[in-house]
Design a protein. Structure first.
Length: 186
């Protein structure tokens, strides 16, 4: 397995970030407890945490304000760090201890890729951009998520990683279907 899914997710989210202005940082996102700036900070912090976990065996929190200043430069630095860490020899086969349990580096990479993609969708939705993101990635991640997300991981915002599954409207694009599966109202 390569880092291709992670690179695709980063690329997709970066495309959304290119149109996000500082005047939009206070906008509410589909993640009820986060605004645009919160999501920007989360996507970089989470990717860096995962990168440090797979590289060193211990995730180190990075609490800098990634939404301050040049968000694209900060995100590009984040993506480079993560792709290097997950692309290192043996990284995807390594068992990584995370706060929610031990898992292979390849699974952690997929989780981070999905997180990046879904929060890219959140940013697109919050800022009025198209949510028709990479359909192939969304379809692949729906299959992955349906195997990984157990009922005990679902609940109200702020109490569980995923909301209760919602229904996407007829004809929804795959990214919208994924968003609904992960608990967002589409």
């Amino acid at each position: 397995m390569s880092t291709e899914p992670l690179a695709r997710a980063f690329e997709c989210t970066r495309t959304v970030l290119t149109g996000v202005g500082a005047d939009q940082h206070g906008l509410q996102t589909p993640c009820e407890s986060w605004n645009v700036a919160d999501v920007i900070n989360h996507i970089s912090a989470a990717a860096r945490f995962g990168a440090s976990a797979v590289a060193t065996g211990e995730g180190v929190p990075d609490e800098q304000d990634f939404a301050a200043g040049d968000i694209l430069a900060a995100y590009d630095e984040t993506t480079a760090l993560a792709l290097e860490a997950f692309g290192a020899d043996g990284a995807l086969e390594r068992t990584v201890d995370m706060p929610f349990g031990a898992l292979p580096g390849a699974v952690l990479m997929r989780i981070i890729a999905g997180d990046q993609f879904m929060h890219g969708w959140d940013l697109a939705r919050a800022t009025g951009k198209s949510t028709e993101l990479d359909s192939d990635f969304a379809t692949e991640f729906i299959a992955f998520s349906s195997q990984m997300i157990q009922p005990e991981l679902r609940g109200p915002d702020g109490t569980a990683p995923f909301g209760p599954e919602c229904e996407a409207p007829d004809g929804a694009c795959p990214a919208d279907v994924l968003a609904a599966f992960l608990g967002r109202t589409v």
